[in-house]
Design a protein. Structure first.
Length: 254
């Protein structure tokens, strides 16, 4: 019989006050096909690197699947029955396909549980004992032990007569060999050093060109002012020159 987990989660009422939204057995349980007794109970899920606490909906109310959404996470409880209950008769392909992870199974391994996911997994053993098996080694985990699984090929094995129950947090990770793609923050793009240097060079050239233009225009402006001054002077002197000539003509006429 699958162990039922009591789950309690909080939220806010219409007045914005913190309240208990749900308290009871976690409803989202999935027993893997062809592996009787191997059950996943999903408790919560986030769908992005920045989790949302808006609303009071049950974030785990969806089809149980092995991996979290890209950039998100899953909190779950997993119960592993003793190996003798399923290992000799398991259909590994059907088992992983039943939790949306047909791609995760290691097709080269004879171990029906050997698989790999693009996640970082934080595993805490709650009860029972279980072997964490990797390609070159294994370790026995007991209640209270913590196992951090980092995108490696791995399997689980319960070799005693008592099921093992673990709590697991799966965090989406970049596939091994592929760098994580970081989104640029919203707002103005940050210029690179090369871009800044180019802009500085252009600004310097523009400033020099402006100064050169002004320097070229300055003599022309001064010449124009000088010409205007000469004309003004001549205009002022002309009446004075004409006055003596007029007086001489008047004297002759007498």
């Amino acid at each position: 019989m699958v162990w039922r987990v009591r789950r309690v989660y909080t939220g806010h009422n219409k007045q914005g006050r913190a309240v208990i939204i749900q308290d009871g057995p976690a409803p989202n349980v999935k027993e893997m096909a062809s592996m009787p007794g191997l059950a996943l109970t999903d408790l919560w899920e986030t769908t992005g690197p920045l989790a949302s606490n808006e609303g009071n909906a049950d974030a785990a109310d969806r089809t149980v699947r092995l991996e979290p959404p890209r950039g998100g996470s899953i909190l779950r409880i997993v119960e592993f029955p003793p190996d003798k209950a399923w290992r000799d008769s398991a259909d590994a392909k059907a088992a992983f396909e039943s939790i949306g992870a047909g791609h995760a199974k290691d097709k080269q391994s004879a171990d029906p549980m050997m698989h790999k996911t693009s996640t970082v997994d934080y595993i805490i053993v709650i009860s029972g004992e279980i072997y964490a098996v990797v390609e070159e080694g294994e370790v026995l985990l007991k209640p209270g032990d913590v196992f951090i699984q980092r995108g490696t090929n791995h399997s689980w094995s319960v070799r005693g007569d008592v099921p093992c129950v673990i709590a697991a947090v799966l965090v989406s990770a970049a596939p091994l060999g592929k760098p994580a793609v970081r989104k640029k923050p919203a707002g103005k793009p940050v210029a690179s050093k090369a871009t800044k240097a180019t802009k500085a060079t252009k600004a310097t050239k523009a400033t020099k060109a402006t100064k050169a233009t002004k320097a070229t225009k300055a003599p022309a402006k001064r010449a124009t002012k000088a010409a205007k001054a000469v004309k003004t002077t001549k205009a002022a002197k002309s009446p004075a020159r004409r006055a003596p000539k007029a007086a001489k003509k008047a004297a002759r006429g007498r």
